[in-house]
Design a protein around this ligand. Structure first.
Ligand code: HEC
Ligand code: HEC
Length: 365
């Protein structure tokens, strides 16, 4: 037998053994993979949710996503998770003017509510709409220096070597080996969990389903908001449309007075499109659970809803691209009583059956 031949056999033998031993340690194929479709219950007044064909909701995927969402180990120093800035009791915001990451560095924008997030993606996510899908978005906070400030290589290593995550990934995505855990699968699970965050059981929903009734004050506020029954038009409903009381459009709602469109501190939508006319425009956020998500606006400048209503009642601050509806609010001269009515209506959008839903709370507790 020639010596090269012997070596070749030995190498083949070694490689085979090595594969086998590693295969055993990382093998997940003995764990059942039988995903069950997640029963998403969408209120009848809501549109259909667009769910990507390659990431259908399963009970196992949603459950994995919930663990990841609340796991502080996703941050570099173990101090924060997604939920640190998206707290269920604060309508999945962080109740701060602007968010602060693990290194105590404050960002420039206020955390956004994640309720009904599966429906709003059409316009692009974030205040400026810069990200298209929840799967794409979920990759960002882990590495963002003012958020979890970690790196995915480290997080994926943590997940592969964890006593429970490999099994959860197997059950959710059918991978047959720990080494197949990727950041993309983690992002898919996070997106699945986020799509389950549906809020549609506020007082307003019960009123529309004829299970409850408006108080006189709330009803008057609703009429002002939507210019219903020929009430004075407070203009709100043109931009904050049903059923989310937000919209997929971007507007300048008159927060800053600038003499040139280049002077906005935060360019908002303009920073994404590069169009000067879009500077200072932001996505119209949902007003569901607005009572719970103070402070308000993209930079958290208003501490209370009373301040927000005062802002609109004053007709806003002038810039060339201020939406024409905003100065018109001043023209109707909202009285103190009417402002209170609008506030009372806004409070009918609070849905504590959503914020307290056990399915959305911290699974580590
Ligand atoms: C340090 C605080 C912080 C952490 C941690 C954080 N977020 Fe956020 N989140 C924000 C802020 C601030 C915004 C708005 C940023 C912007 O518009 O530029 C936001 C926006 C979002 C949005 C867009 C919402 C919308 O309506 O468009 C989603 C989705 C989201 N976060 C999910 C997550 C997920 C998932 C994680 C964990 C992987 C996470 N966030 C971690 C602060 C945070
Ligand atoms: C021209 C469209 C438009 C009109 C009209 C309008 N809004 Fe807004 N609203 C917006 C936009 C855009 C934002 C986000 C602006 C930002 O943060 O830069 C916003 C933000 C808000 C917020 C803060 C949301 C949050 O999560 O911080 C509240 C509350 C609100 N609007 C209530 C109202 C009420 C009440 C009215 C009527 C009096 C009204 N809006 C009229 C477009 C509009």
């Amino acid at each position: 037998m020639n010596i090269t031949y012997v070596f070749a056999i030995l190498i083949v033998f070694f490689v085979a053994c090595k594969d086998k031993s590693e295969g055993n340690a990382d093998d997940l194929s003995s764990i059942a993979y039988a995903p069950t479709s997640y029963p998403l219950s969408i209120p009848t007044s809501f549109p259909k949710m667009d769910i990507p064909a390659d990431n259908p909701l399963t009970t196992e995927g949603v459950s994995l996503g919930r663990f990841l969402f609340y796991d502080k180990k996703l941050s570099a120093n173990g101090s924060m998770s997604c939920a640190s800035c998206h707290l269920p009791q604060a309508g999945f915001t962080d109740a701060r003017a602007v968010s602060t990451g693990i290194d105590n560095i404050a960002g420039t924008r206020s955390s956004m509510s994640l309720e009904n997030i599966g429906f709003v993606v059409k316009s692009g996510l974030f205040w400026d709409g810069r990200t298209k899908t929840l799967e794409e978005q979920a990759l960002l906070p882990v590495e963002d220096p003012i958020e979890l400030h970690n790196n995915w290589t480290q997080v994926v290593d943590f997940l592969k070597n964890h006593p429970e995550y490999p099994e959860r990934f197997r059950r959710a995505f059918g991978i047959d080996n720990k080494q197949l855990i990727t950041k993309e699968l983690a992002a898919k699970a996070l997106a699945q969990f986020e799509r389950t965050l549906i809020s549609g059981n506020a007082k307003i929903d019960k009123i529309l389903r004829r299970e409850e009734e408006f108080s006189d004050e709330e009803f008057a506020g609703w009429q002002l908001f939507f210019n219903a029954n020929n009430a004075p038009d407070a203009q709100c409903g043109h931009c904050h449309t049903s059923p989310f009381f937000g919209s997929t459009e971007f507007f300048n709602n008159g927060l800053d007075s600038v003499s040139s469109l280049n002077l906005f501190k935060d360019k908002g939508r303009g920073g994404v499109t590069g169009k000067q006319w879009d500077n200072g425009k932001f996505r119209t956020p949902t007003l569901r659970n607005i009572e719970l998500t103070a402070p308000y606006m993209h930079d958290g400048r208003f501490k209370t809803l009373e301040e927000v209503i005062e802002h609109y009642a004053s007709g806003g601050h002038y810039a060339d691209n201020i939406d024409p509806f905003i100065p018109q609010i001043k023209q109707i001269g909202l009285t103190t009583r009417q402002k209170k009515q609008i506030l009372a209506f806004l409070k009918t959008l609070t849905d504590t059956s959503f914020t307290k839903n056990p399915k959305f709370q911290d699974p580590f507790k």
